[in-house]
Design a protein around this ligand. Structure first.
Ligand SMILES: [Mn+2]
Length: 395
C-alpha cells in the first residue's frame, strides 16, 4: 500500500470517529451583560434548536448530539422529555449532556449548592436530582454541572463551610446516577462572582469529583482559565489520573469570551488535541467533546459550522503527528527537531484530506458555502423574525 493511501485511510478513520456535541444555546439569541442584539434567524424554541442542530450535522457529519440546558430547554422539567424525545426522533439529533441551571432562580442570589441556608441548598440539590432524572429518561450519559456559586467581597462568606456543603450536595447527586451515567464538574476562576468562586480551578474540581464518587469527572472549559495558563498540561494531568470527563470548547482573548473555536489561538487547540490523542481509543470514548459558545454577533449556524469544521481540521492535524518519531526526539533531547516535528503537523495542510473524506462520505465539499447555497438561513430568518424578542434570559 502506498504511503499516500495509508495516510488517506487513516484520515478517513480519524474523521469518521470524531464527534463533537453542540449546545442548544448556541442557536438562540444571546448577549453580554450590556444587552442583546437580535438575529432574525435565531432559534426561538426547542424545535427550532433541534432543526438547526440537524442542519449542522447534515453539513459536517460530526454533531449527532445536542447539549440541553434544563431551564431553557425543559422549563417543565421531566414532563418536557416527551417533546424532546419526539424531536430527537424526527430530526435524528440525540439529546446530549444535561446541564442543570443553578443561576436563574431568585433564591440563588447568594448561592445554590453552597448557599448558607439549608433550605436553599435543598432546592438546588433537588434541581440536580431532577437533572439526573431527565438524563435517565432521555438516555443521556452526562450531567454537566457548571456551578455559578461564589462571593463578591472578602469575609462575606465562609469558604470552608461552603466546601463541605458542596461536597455533600455532589455526593447526594452522585448517589442517584445510574451505572452508566456520569457527573461532570466544570470549574471557572471568576464570574459571576468576583472575589471567590466555589469551584475555581481544576484542582478543586478534581477533589470534588473524587469525593462525590467514582462516576464523577472533571470538565475543562477552555475559556475558564487565567490568561497564559497551560491548559494542555492540565489535560495531561487529568488524563494521567483518569479524571478527564470532557471539554467545553471555545476560544477567548481576555476572559470567558465564548468565541468560535480556534478564532484567536488555533495552536492552543492543536496542543490540547495532541495531548488527548496520546490516549487509547477506549479512553477516548470517555471524553465528551462539547462546544460551549455564545454567538452574539456572528450568524448562529454559520458560527457553529465554522467551529465544527475547525475542530475537524485541528483534530486531523493532531492525528497526523508522528508520535513515535516525536518520542525518539524527546528522548534524545533534540529540541529543535522535536519542536519542528510537532509544529509541522500543526502547519500541515490537511484540507485535501478533509475534502477527500467529505467526497467519500457524500458530504458537501465546503460546508459553509453549502449552508449559504442551501437557502436555509434565509428561510429560518423569514419564518422566525416575527417571533424574536429582546427580553428573557441569556439564552
Ligand atoms: Mn462551559
Amino acid at each position: 500500500m502506498s504511503e499516500l493511501k495509508k495516510q488517506t485511510d487513516r484520515a478517513m478513520a480519524v474523521l469518521d470517529s470524531f464527534q463533537i456535541e453542540i449546545p442548544s444555546w448556541g442557536f438562540s439569541n444571546t448577549g453580554t451583560r450590556f444587552g442583546k442584539f437580535i438575529q432574525s434567524g435565531a432559534a426561538t424554541c426547542i424545535a427550532e434548536k433541534f432543526a438547526d442542530a440537524a442542519e449542522v450535522h447534515r453539513l459536517t457529519a460530526a454533531t449527532p448530539t445536542m447539549a440541553l440546558h434544563v431551564l431553557w430547554d425543559l422549563p417543565n422539567g421531566l414532563a418536557d422529555t416527551i417533546q424532546i424525545a419526539t424531536l430527537s426522533q424526527s430530526t435524528g439529533i440525540r439529546a446530549g449532556s444535561i446541564n442543570p441551571n443553578l443561576f436563574q432562580d431568585q433564591r440563588f442570589k447568594h448561592g445554590s449548592l453552597c448557599h448558607a441556608s439549608a433550605e436553599v441548598r435543598g432546592v438546588a440539590t433537588e434541581h440536580m436530582a431532577e437533572s439526573v432524572r431527565i438524563a435517565q429518561q432521555l438516555g443521556c450519559r452526562d450531567i454537566s454541572l457548571w456551578l455559578p456559586d461564589g462571593s463578591n467581597y472578602p469575609g462575606t462568606q465562609s469558604m470552608r463551610r461552603r466546601i463541605a456543603w458542596l461536597q455533600e450536595a455532589l455526593f447526594e447527586t452522585h448517589k442517584l446516577l445510574a451505572p452508566q451515567q456520569r457527573l461532570l464538574i466544570e470549574y471557572k476562576p471568576f464570574e459571576p462572582a468576583f472575589y471567590h468562586t466555589d469551584i475555581a480551578d481544576w484542582g478543586m474540581a478534581l477533589l470534588l469529583a473524587r469525593s462525590a464518587g467514582p462516576q464523577a469527572r472533571v470538565l475543562v472549559d477552555t475559556g475558564h482559565h487565567y490568561a497564559t495558563q497551560n491548559i494542555e498540561q492540565i489535560v495531561a494531568w487529568l488524563l494521567h489520573t483518569e479524571m478527564l470527563g470532557g471539554f467545553h470548547f471555545n476560544d477567548r482573548r481576555f476572559a470567558d469570551d465564548d468565541l468560535t473555536l480556534g478564532s484567536i489561538d488555533p495552536y492552543q487547540v492543536f496542543r490540547i488535541f495532541a495531548e488527548i490523542q496520546q490516549t487509547s481509543a477506549a479512553e477516548l470514548s470517555n471524553i465528551a467533546f462539547m462546544v460551549d459558545q455564545s454567538h452574539n454577533l456572528k450568524p448562529k449556524i454559520e458560527a457553529m459550522v465554522q467551529t465544527v469544521v475547525t475542530a475537524q481540521e485541528l483534530w486531523l492535524k493532531a492525528a497526523i503527528l508522528d508520535r513515535a518519531h516525536l518520542a525518539e526526539l524527546q528522548d534524545q533531547c533534540d529540541l529543535v527537531a522535536a519542536e519542528e516535528l510537532f509544529r509541522s503537523a500543526f502547519f500541515a495542510d490537511v484540507k485535501p484530506l478533509l475534502l477527500a473524506w467529505r467526497e467519500e462520505r457524500g458530504l458537501p465539499a465546503d460546508p459553509l458555502q453549502e449552508l449559504r447555497r442551501s437557502g436555509y438561513m434565509e428561510r429560518i430568518a423569514q419564518e422566525r423574525s416575527h417571533k424574536q424578542t429582546g427580553m428573557g434570559s441569556y439564552a
